[in-house]
Design a binder for this molecule. Sequence first.
Ligand code: SF4
Length: 339
Amino acid sequence: MSRLVSFNTQALLMLERSNTKCLDDFSRPRSEMATASEICGCHRKVTLQVTLPALPSARELRQKRRGHIFEIDQAERFQVMGFTEVTPKEFPTTTGPCFTRQLVIEHPDQPIGSHLDFVVKHKDGSIHIIECKTTDGIPVEPYGNWVDQIHIQLGLLAVNFTGIEIRGSIIASDLSAGEEEEYNSFSPDMTLLDYYVERGKELIEAKAGRTTPTTMPGILCGFCSYRAGCPAHRDRVIPNEITERVTEYEILDHRKKDLEKSLDPIKKELIAFFGKRFQGVTEDGIAVATTTIAPGETVDSATLKADFPDVFKNCSRPKAGYTKLEIRKLPPAPLAKAA
Ligand code: SF4
């Protein structure tokens, strides 16, 4: 690792330590409560993070920083659009339009809580929470654990701000590609909150060592520092011939990505030269054509379904499912282990 990269990693580790300290501001110790992000994640990983903390890898630190940078950006966007930033303490008594960041919210009777990325108050007093996610590529649908998380946050807000209209959105941003997508129309559901409270209690039992935590194997297992010995992976033996195919796929996929990286800048140069509409043939006999697709409109199916269920029913068609294959090389061992 170069000196500057190593210096930067150390700096990120220090920033992470101070950010993590700020997150310990609940009325109960973290070991005796469950936060929204913990409830929605892998309980084995959360429990081991308490009993056997491992330092995050350099890559994880950079990814977390990317999330913080997006939050700073989002705050500036609210400000420029006329929303005043107030402290979490000032938020309940300030009239809208205003917003606050990292509002700590807890259930008054149950050991669950959350830090809310953004809570916005409109002129009419209604409240909108926004959960920020930075991604590589924008998913077509929000991931299940994102949806779980916002439902917990909405439920917690509803028990603390009774009688106020509350809504929520998830905003996903791919900072490198400059793409953003909002998944909206979430509202509090108290039956769901009861379910998550029970999940939270199960996690607290596991944190105390009284029960075995449940696992949630997924693609993020590839970044998990506790994968060694994880029961979710112990018995999933992959035969040799499949391993070879997996390796072959991973190599080819890597090559494809490298090729795409080389193709993209050339493609941009060629479009800049040929313009929006062109047809021709080079001296070597290679046909070239550019065509431009006009901007279109999409329909927000969730809103359509909620507001005009009959229209939605008449217009919707069954969509075939498909199976996704995700293959990614596992990272090396974590950076270091805490003493
Ligand atoms: S490897 Fe996956 S399932 Fe196992 S502890 Fe880590 S995140 Fe959970």
